[in-house]
Design a protein around this ligand. Sequence first.
Ligand code: ADP
Length: 299
Amino acid sequence: MTNEKTCQSCGDAQCSAHAKQPGERDEEFMDRQALQSRMCKIKHKVLVLSGKGGVGKSTVAVNLATALAMAGKSVGILDVDIHGPSVPKLLHLENARIEGREDTLFPVKMTVGKGVLSVMSIGFLLRDRDDAVIWRGPRKHGVIKQFLKDVEWGELDYLIVDSPPGTGDEPLAVAQLIERADGAVVVTTPQEISVQDVRRCVAFCRQVELKVIGVVENMSGFTCPKCGELVSIFGADGGRTMAKEMGVPYLGAIPIEPAIVVSGDSGMPIVQAKPDSATAQAFAQIVRCLATNGVDRTG
Ligand code: ADP
């Protein structure tokens, strides 16, 4: 059943799209209502953040989304990583053509196990990567806003958002525009499990009133390709200790796994390509932890 609710008929007094904000122009108010009315059809919105690029944020986002879809949920993955949109490649959708009409873009739909994964990436819209590099701050904010506003997800159990890395203007725009998100999953690696990096992310979340669902320690230890044994290269439990120090939940660790690189290149996430592997099980554990940290899986 589709959700027929509109901002005009909705009685949710908590929603900021209910009324115009001081100083807001009519056009801005209408844009905000358009975004909110799309977002309020989504039960759970989870932002995936990282202090910097290259730590596996997109890999984690794609595997979490795929694992949830495999469990029978209706899931969307939104790739707003404006400088390095890698979701199309990770899902083998580099040549996908998206449908659109007027102010509406429709995500690409994939059947994954028992569920459906709807995919939208800012990479589908960039003619080439240099487009984003030459945009100045306000232009980037405008592009992110329009992109979020125009995507028609329909009803979803989960939207997993692969945010731009860092704690600057771009992730800030995403966090402010997606109001009433369940919270953020912060991805980091043992090398940079420096208190500063995660502290910056946690401070960022507090600034935008976004709950920290927890920290994922990626590339933690190495799974021997011969015997499958997990070797702790950077020492065990660093992530858990760090999360405790920061007062945020620890969701689990993903090892350095050569199969992740292979599955990234082939466009099939490891949770789907090798569901019985220790790494897929580690992702399953993180999905379970989402539930215990406030994101209701019964959705
Ligand atoms: P980010 O989104 O943070 O920039 P990506 O998810 O694109 O990072 O990952 C960067 C690179 O690291 C990719 O080539 C990916 O395949 C690889 N990678 C990510 N996580 C792992 C892991 N646990 N083990 C091995 N390689 C990984």
